[in-house]
Design a protein around this ligand. Structure first.
Ligand code: MN
Length: 423
């Protein structure tokens, strides 16, 4: 077992009940405190741990890190130390804050500088995303979309159970939770016999997804196997892949999503390491037909992560619209990464790869308004008496996620964003 994952560990930092951030989590992020530069941070309970300060005071000596790894506005440098580097770092942080350790606890001056209240920091985008890939790996989601736009008897396209289908998205418009964004505008074709029109998107939707962030990969031409994939995955975030359904419907043939997807995507600020999530790994579905050998895998590679989505109208009460789980994936991350690199495509530290909309097998578990409202035919009633088929101006969408087992809850916090009217 990874030392920092021990369920019996307790911290001398107070951890509120049902916190996503016990000492077994130790996620990584980037924060600024008013008037100071960005730096690498971790978190226990509601205390943010300044790793630049810990490094300056010598608490992270002998771990082969340099000041530039922590005195920076992205995690990319730190991640170049690879899986063993970040695993040792996480173990060291765990050790420092474990209840019997007094190294830092008894040094009032160091402590005052190293620990910051969560309310006093601004969390920034954690990585410089070089490349963003979005998969389409939830069978229920692919089935639902196939039923709505094609034929329930042939809902899945012939390639779907042979290939973890994906596309290259846009990295520049990935922003951190809390960043407001505007309703996109673009071309739509309202009906078969009308000409296309230009205007604000009318069918603005969220997509409930998880994204994994990669370490530096291999050279161009090399591949990463399903067995090796764990060593190239740093951690995961909650990911909202906003989608303009009316723009998407008109533009996507034959090359796939374009302007319907690249106006904004939101990620949660804390990267929860794959190491921290290891205790929550579970088996996946039986894959029939049998996959090609490069997509075969051994061991439990899916992860049990409870996921919720809520809509909060301006000055209104929150309404939960989805309760899903990351384990409802057909293809797991190891298969996605193996497929992504099977042709020799290289990956870099900080690349983000999103799961695709995560829809569970029952109503109430669907990961987009397209499915929840079934193309607008089943509106959702809000506490204030209004209805939602899709997302309205000034609505805030919040996604939350956590894993729980053996009395330990490892969570992601939330990813939220407010939709502003079209510019
Ligand atoms: Mn998506």
């Amino acid at each position: 077992m990874i030392k920092a994952n021990d369920p019996s560990l307790k911290s001398w930092i107070e951890v509120p009940e049902n916190s996503d951030f016990p000492i077994q989590n130790i996620p990584f992020g980037i924060a600024t405190v008013a008037g100071d530069t960005a730096r690498v941070v971790s978190r226990i309970g509601d205390k943010v741990i300044d790793l630049k300060v810990l490094y300056d005071f010598g608490y992270l000596a002998d771990l082969h890190f340099a000041l530039e790894d922590f005195d920076t506005d992205v995690l990319n440098n730190m991640m170049l130390n690879g899986k063993s580097g970040t695993r040792n770092l996480r173990n060291r942080i765990s050790e420092l804050f474990e209840v019997s350790n007094n190294e830092l606890r008894n040094n009032k001056n160091h402590l005052e500088q190293a620990l910051i209240d969560i309310d006093a920091v601004e969390m920034l985008l954690p990585v410089r995303v070089g490349d963003y890939t979005d998969f389409y790996s939830s069978e229920q989601h692919a089935y639902n979309v196939g039923c709505m736009f094609r034929d329930p008897n042939n809902a899945l396209l012939p390639n779907w159970k042979h290939i973890p289908v994906g596309y290259h998205g846009r990295a520049s418009s990935i922003v951190v939770s809390g960043t407001p964004f505007h309703r996109p505008k673009g071309q739509q074709k309202p009906s078969e016999d009308e000409s296309p029109v230009y205007g604000p998107c009318k069918l603005l939707d969220f997509e409930l997804e998880m994204a994994f962030v990669t370490y530096q990969g291999k050279e161009l031409g090399d591949t990463i196997s399903t067995d090796e994939a764990d060593d190239y995955i740093f951690g995961l975030t909650l990911f909202n892949d906003w989608s303009a359904r009316d723009i998407q419907k008109w533009e996507y043939i034959p090359l796939g999503p374009f302007l319907a997807k690249n106006f904004a995507s939101h990620t949660s600020p804390w990267i929860v390491t794959l190491d921290a999530l290891t205790p929550f790994r579970v088996s996946g579905p039986v894959q029939d037909p049998k996959v090609l050998s490069y997509l075969e895998y051994s061991g439990d590679k899916h992860i049990d992560i409870n996921l919720q989505v809520s809509i909060v109208p301006e000055n209104g009460l929150e309404k939960e619209v989805s309760n899903s789980n990351y384990l409802h994936m057909y293809w797991n991350m190891n298969q996605q990464l193996a497929h992504h690199t099977v042709n020799g495509c290289n990956i870099n530290a900080g690349d983000m790869m999103a799961s695709g909309t995560i829809s569970g097998p029952e109503e109430g578990m669907y990961g987009s308004m397209l499915e929840i409202s079934w193309k607008g035919t089943k509106p959702v009633s809000m506490p204030d008496g209004t209805e939602r088929k899709f997302i309205q101006d000034n609505d805030t969408v919040v996604m939350r996620g956590y894993s729980q087992k053996d009395g330990v809850r490892i969570g992601f916090g939330e990813v939220k964003a407010k939709l502003l009217p079209a510019k």
